[in-house]
Design a protein around this ligand. Structure first.
Ligand code: GLU
Length: 486
């Protein structure tokens, strides 16, 4: 029985327990990419069957995280399918129906034991140094199932199971994993082990992508598929996500954090998708920068790695820098303006127009919003919005003997710029360049930089002049001349 000829349906099935970690998001991304690549369907299913572990607001958080990355679901908590809701808690009747089928076949029975009795069985097993297996205590007779007791699956055959995994190859595991597991709890909710199988069937899921922690339980799942007489899906086990050194699993200590923290720091969704895609998969070749549509086009199961992929924030930062370059002019401006702190936005000369001009320049170097914010906080861009304050000695070029030498040069530059074309940085540069070359570049451009920015480090003076515009540029040069003569 195979699923290979059906239209591809993948799903991301998080439990709403609060945090959207990198591993989970990567699973969602691969499931999305594979569905899109095959013109298939991507489902977001919320596995909310453990009410004790549920954290308020998680479902919204999951949806916001996937939406930020553009991983649009065809069916999800807000978009039911013909199969019904994508929230497991809305589907209890469906699980009950399948559970009843197993009861009717004599393959499920209510657990007759009290928790004290179960505890006793466990204790005995520990004392005898053997694993606790419920099937060893399977009762000979049992009551009718009325939903008030946990329902256990009566594993029909204890045998070794073989299965194929698209990433790990042929696997097998056996007897020790098979047991009379609980499929429905006394509270009317199914267990994960049971519910996901029913949902994958009802939702037509062809490819089950998830982490390696589920390999050990796969024989249990297979015994259920067989008992329900349903086809197995295709299993795709994703590699673990390792820390930056590639040796240990990514932990909080390596900076594992919630996905939306990356959003707040200013990472672009394109960079995050690019990084996550390459954490455990690669299309071959040296190129590492891919847009989302390139990822969709290139994604394939056979290039998913078996071994862990390293999630590296340095690499993410590099990718962010690359993806920032391909933003449109308008997107760059709004990214830049969003990054500016209140202390900059409340400067007397602040205007969006001025900020927009500055954005274009800053973008050549910036890799992340956080960097822009930090630079703005220490006043690196203040010159664009208010007249700079500086000690006049700063105007002196290091090779000059006195400050006075800067005066005629600034006056000449003032003259050259009075009628110059200010429509581009290049135009401003060509108005001053010949004079600067004749006189000495440092001698001319250093005092000009300081006059315009009040700083030793800044973009080049032509860029400064372009951003400031003619009027402000001339006023600041005149002001510097006054400072020297005064
Ligand atoms: N709800 C499970 C989890 O969050 C999903 C596992 C699966 O994809 O089957 O780990």
């Amino acid at each position: 029985m195979s699923n290979t000829n059906r239209p591809v349906v993948t799903r991301f099935a998080p439990s709403p327990t609060g945090f959207m970690h990198i591993g989970g998001v990567r699973t969602a991304l691969y499931a999305y990419l594979y569905a899109k690549k095959n013109n298939g369907t991507f489902i977001l299913r919320i596995e909310d069957t453990d009410k004790n572990r549920e954290v308020d607001g998680s479902i919204a958080h999951i949806m916001e995280s996937l939406s930020w990355l553009g991983l649009t679901w065809d069916f999800g908590p807000d978009k039911p399918g013909l199969f019904g809701s994508c929230l497991q808690s809305d589907r209890l009747d469906i699980y009950k129906k399948y559970a009843q089928q197993l009861v009717d076949k004599g393959l499920a029975y209510p657990d007759p034991y009290t928790s004290e009795q179960l505890e006793q069985f466990r204790k005995e097993a520990t004392e005898e140094k053997r694993p606790f297996l419920f099937r060893k205590h399977r009762p000979d007779t049992y009551e009718t199932w009325d939903g008030t007791k946990p329902l256990r699956f009566k594993v029909p055959e204890v045998k070794r199971y073989k299965w194929h995994d698209e990433v790990r190859g042929d696997l097998s595991a056996g007897e020790e994993m098979l047991d009379d597991i609980i499929i429905m709890k006394a509270d009317g909710y199914p267990t994960y082990n049971f519910a996901h199988i029913i949902d994958d069937l009802e939702m037509g899921v062809t490819h089950v992508m998830r982490g390696e922690e589920f390999i050990a339980s796969t024989p249990k799942f297979l015994s259920l598929y067989d008992a329900l007489e349903i086809a197995r899906p295709i299993f795709v086990t994703l590699p673990p996500i390792m820390g930056p050194d590639g040796k240990k699993k990514l932990s909080k200590r390596d900076g594992a954090k919630d996905l939306l923290e990356y959003k707040n720091e200013g990472y672009l969704p394109a960079a995050m998708n690019n990084m996550l895609a390459l954490t455990g998969w690669n299309p071959g070749g040296n190129n590492e920068i891919f847009t989302m549509s390139e990822l969709v086009e290139k994604f394939s199961l056979d290039r998913i790695q078996r071994s862990g992929g390293a999630f590296n924030e340095e690499k993410l930062l590099h990718m962010n820098k690359e993806h920032l370059k391909s933003l449109s002019g308008e997107e760059k401006i709004s990214y830049f303006i969003d990054a500016l702190p209140e202390s900059t936005k409340t400067l007397p000369g602040y205007s969006t127009e001025q900020a927009s001009k500055l954005a274009v320049v800053v973008f050549e170097r910036a890799a992340l919003k956080k960097e822009i914010t930090q630079a703005a906080e220490v006043g690196e861009y203040d010159w664009a919005f208010s007249d700079p304050e500086y000690e006049k000695t700063l105007l002196q070029w290091k090779n000059d003997d006195s400050l006075q030498e800067a005066l005629p040069r600034l006056e000449n530059v003032h003259k050259l710029l009075e009628d110059a074309d200010f429509s581009s940085t290049e135009a401003i540069k060509s108005a001053v360049w010949t004079y600067a070359e004749e006189t000495g570049k440092g001698e001319v451009l250093w005092p000009l930089r300081v006059a315009l920015s009040g700083r030793q480090q800044s973009p080049d003076p032509f860029t400064l002049a372009y951003i400031l515009g003619r009027e402000k540029t001339l006023v600041r040069i005149a002001h510097a001349c006054d400072k020297i003569s005064g």
